[in-house]
Ligand binder design. Structure first.
Ligand code: CTP
Length: 405
């Protein structure tokens, strides 16, 4: 999964020859799972057609303040377009557009959207070499940088004027990777290792039977995806689960038993910044090592159970700088029990789910949690999708983690 997956990108195109490359740019973002909307300056239409861009972006393309071809003209809402975007990119950005952006001149829809934007804005300049090097242009670019806009470097090479030099817009795929690198470098968990346990564990009775539980692993997988979206290198230690995840920064390590989960957890705990134990680990395992299937005739009246290692309690006991988060699934005295676990297991936070909440918990797509930390009032959240719960959990973790690290 790419960093742009599910992201909304507003592409502003101004009138330079490099505009002919923008359909490829739109394609490159869409290939990464992004949604793209395009705003063009009127003069950019001399270099690339709105129809091409509407077709590749699968969205209407706007270039004027008023919706065209209408008996009852409508306002093309630049504010709505700007606020829709997770990222805005202006490519190619001509000297004229850069100068207008620097001076807050609102002479077309693209500039209006830029001036209304709240998201991170990238600019890919494209000019002839002398125009690019002109002190006035350099000053305008520096002003944009001061305003928080990310100005991409230009490439050196063959220019439309026939001259050779610096000023070429970067190739579409280079623009995408530049943005990707820039965004990931600034993500809050960039360079941090986040380790999670997820799913159930299966404790063997004999080679074909086991003691397990109904945990699907969904909450843990959603937390792993959120950690990766925040820039972390993620190790997801999963018990038997039908789920999988495809993300360059998530390594899934499959285990079956509590003992195996314990060993793998210890291995990855030392250099973890954050460890989240969301697995429904079996607390007991059969005290048998039957290597053959137990036959009906042999009789099977009793299973002796012995405790499994409490992974989270161990990690709490040996904790150094890790931010350690547990889960608690309770059916009565929920808050007191969760608070007790938080203290006993030396945790930095605990996520409480109650089996008493309808539609929440094991198996389903939704969860209703209360987030507890030492010496702080518990925070109760509404019933939400597990993906949305993962966002809430990491919002809370980051608030506390950023203070301690
Ligand atoms: N946990 C763990 N290893 C175990 C059991 C639990 O790491 N052997 C973790 C779970 O992943 C969860 C937390 O401990 O994050 C709470 O588990 P829970 O079973 O509710 O707590 P227990 O200590 O077993 O307490 P109780 O059975 O009394 O509820």
């Amino acid at each position: 999964m790419s960093l742009f997956s599910g992201k909304k990108i507003l592409l502003g195109i101004s009138g330079g020859i490099a505009a002919y490359k923008t359909p490829m740019l739109v394609r490159a973002f869409i290939k990464q799972g992004a949604e793209v909307r395009v705003i063009m300056t009127p003069s950019s239409k001399d270099f690339v057609t709105p129809l091409t861009l509407a077709t590749v972006s699968q969205n209407p393309v706007y270039s004027s303040f008023i919706a065209e071809d209408q008996d009852n003209p409508l306002w093309n809402n630049h504010v709505e377009m700007a606020l829709w975007a997770d990222y805005m990119l202006i490519a190619p950005a001509t000297s004229n557009t850069i100068s207008s952006m620097a001076q807050a001149r609102c002479t077309n829809l693209l500039l209006a959207a830029y001036l209304s934007s709240q998201c991170e804005v990238f600019v890919a300049p494209a000019m002839d070499l002398d125009m690019y090097a002109h002190p006035a242009n350099q000053k305008n670019e520096a002003t944009l940088t001061e305003h928080g806009v990310v100005v991409l470097p230009t490439e050196e090479g063959f220019l439309a004027s026939g001259l050779q030099g610096k000023g070429r817009m970067q190739e579409p795929e280079d623009i995408v990777s530049f943005m990707e690198n820039h965004i990931s470098k600034n993500l809050p968990l960039n360079g941090k290792k986040v380790v999670l346990t997820a799913g159930p564990t299966y404790e063997a009775i004999d080679p074909v039977r086991f003691i397990g539980n109904n945990s699907s692993g969904k909450m843990g997988f959603e937390l792993a995806k959120r950690a990766a979206a925040l820039g972390a290198e993620v190790i997801l230690i999963s018990g038997p689960s039908a789920l999988d995840v495809d993300h360059a920064n998530i390594t899934v390590l499959r285990v079956n038993t509590a003992d195996q989960m314990f060993e793998v957890s210890k291995l990855h705990y030392t250099d973890a910044a954050i460890f989240i134990a969301s697995a429904a680990v079996a607390d007991f395992k059969p005290d048998t090592n039957a290597t053959q299937k137990i036959k009906k005739e042999t009789g099977f009246s009793q299973i002796n159970l012995i405790p499994t290692p409490d992974i989270l309690a161990h990690l709490g006991a040996v904790k150094e700088k890790q931010f350690l988060v547990g889960f608690a699934l309770e059916t009565e005295n929920e808050l007191e029990n969760a608070q007790g676990k938080l203290e006993r297991k030396n945790l930095d936070a605990i996520v409480l789910n109650s089996l008493n909440d309808a539609n929440a918990g094991f198996g389903g797509d939704q969860n209703k949690i209360t987030y507890l930390q030492p010496n702080t009032k518990p925070i109760a959240f509404e019933l939400k999708t597990k993906a949305a719960v993962a966002v809430d959990v990491f919002d809370q973790i980051l608030l506390a983690y950023e203070k301690t690290s």
